[in-house]
Design a protein around this ligand. Structure first.
Ligand code: COA
Length: 147
């Protein structure tokens, strides 16, 4: 189990989640309707990084190593109470240590806060999946980050 320190926020720590963390992950996910709402058991088999502010679980990201040199960010959410403090930044920094190769994700086109976050961290838009979400009504932007 590894811990990461955000360079600018030493009170934020990140570690790999275990199934015992699923209730905390479900709680954070429920506070973030913009995130994908997975039944928490579906995370089984995927690595999850969990960020803490002191003793409180504040955010998580789920990802997978989809090929030897490609990884995919599957979901990311931060409890609204703890946003704009660098929690997602700490998670993305930990992800870049854990994952190998190019990183990919899909994000809903209207989700401007998440798109701003990813661009802030060097992700670039590489494609558009028309009607990917909500029964064909919302486009997905495909983003990529090179190591
Ligand atoms: C998007 C989200 C993960 C950001 O988490 P966060 O912990 O608040 O992000 P950080 O504090 O690390 O933000 C880092 C930078 O990203 C950008 N950013 C983050 N949130 C932003 C927002 N609401 N508006 C504009 N820019 C934003 C800023 O540049 C910010 O730096 P700054 O605070 O110094 O200006 C969070 O808002 C969230 O959980 N949203 C709901 C779930 C979601 O949309 N998930 C993405 C699914 S693809």
């Amino acid at each position: 189990m590894e811990w990461y320190l955000h360079h600018a926020r030493p009170d934020i720590t990140v570690r790999t989640a275990t199934p015992g963390d699923y209730p905390a992950i479900a709680r954070i996910q429920q506070t973030s309707p913009e995130a994908a709402q997975w039944p928490v058991g579906d995370y089984s088999g995927f690595p999850i990084l969990l960020a803490w502010i002191g003793p409180t679980a504040a955010g998580f990201c789920a990802w997978r190593q989809s090929a030897p040199d490609e990884a995919e960010l599957l979901n990311l959410a931060v409890d609204p109470v703890y946003r704009r403090r660098g929690v997602a930044t700490a998670l993305l920094e930990a992800l870049s240590v854990e994952a190998r190769g190019d990183l990919f994700l899909e994000v809903a086109e209207p989700n401007s806060p998440a798109i701003a976050l990813y661009k802030h961290h060097g992700w670039v838009e590489t494609g558009l999946r028309k009607g990917y979400y909500e029964h064909g009504t919302i486009n997905a932007i495909v983003m990529q980050k090179r190591p």
